[in-house]
Design a protein around this ligand. Sequence first.
Ligand code: CS2
Ligand code: MG
Length: 408
Amino acid sequence: MKITEADVVVTSPGRNFVTLRLTTEDGLTGLGDATLNGRELAVVAYLSEHVVPLLIGRDAGRIEDTWQYLYRGAYWRRGPVTMAAIAAVDTALWDIKAKAAGMPLYQLLGGASRTGALAYGHASGRDIPELLDSIRAHLEQGFRAIRVQTGIPGLGTVYGVASSAGDDGRYDYEPARRTALPTVETWDTRAYLRHVPTVFEAVRAEFGPDLPLLHDGHHRMTPIQAAKLGKSLEPYDLFWLEDATPGEDQTALRLIRQHTTTPLAIGEVFNSVHDYTVLLQERLIDYVRSAVTHAGGITALRKVLDLAGVYGIKSGMHGPTDISPVGMAAALHLDLAIHNFGIQEYMPHSLATLEVFRTSYGFKDGLLHPSDSPGLGVELDLDAAARFPYEAAYLPVSRLTDGTVHDW
Ligand code: CS2
Ligand code: MG
């Protein structure tokens, strides 16, 4: 079953997406998500110039060999651009193989290990009353786990706070802005560390002790600051504290672990198993955050999660709207099949996005299911995609109050 066509499709229904579409001599098509928020065209060039020419004529069924060929054969390996490109190829090949077998992708991964994947939604508010309303709205939508983010008194716009509800009441937060230069957000970690415990005190007082609550530190704290926050949040029994420190220094988590029992999640910006080895072997985290889209595809992420399972660590795949519906579907098939599933991030996409990507996955009673459609269960409407041309967009840059560049 040879690959005869490979198309890199860029579309921007409210935000940019990059999708690889492979076609075989039998007329089967497979899709892969290659979206790297704020650096999309780098992946487009990598795919178009250096990967697509190598795919034409290859046997679409040789998924592992193609992965190794693109990874080891590039010589210059790892990194977000390379691994997003490889992820797109890998996911598209799995889509094709499952379609050829006439079964949903999760069946090729070992079949279902659960009835559905527990999802968490993004509640946010510029202040606590607005946050509490947002949590209520997400509970009414059926979410059974909630991420909590708020504004910080004295600071302007900060990460994760939606300014308004999107179409059909969605949490509509797209951090990448279509501006000539990245917008600048001001940050103050001390103000943040003082404020967050009061937020969770109010949320627990309103919603009780049982609701699974998550929080994203978004790479902003030093290890001791993260340890302080984790310790101060213990009374509120979080499901996880995410990205407490920048992930490059895996050993930083040792210090955090010494001070707090708040569960830790990290890895949405990781792209290789080598980003995790210390974290997994020393049990420094509780959840692996990588998405299929950024971690080299289903083939690679499955290996990371199998290794994580050896150490009792579970999945918590990244699922914001800059993971396309193709990447989301790929995650859901893996979520359903693996034993050490933890939770799945779920930001529903906009109606415009769903005009371009025809999805079949569903959300009911707090659980996501990829559907039993053959393959990934997502189709790309090329005519709709053409209606939304690319627009450059940048993620914000964070600066401290003295102007020092900080982690956003
Ligand atoms: C965030 C992401 O969802 C999350 O956990 O960390 O929304 C992140 O800010 C975006 O993916 C950046 O493009
Ligand atoms: Mg995050």
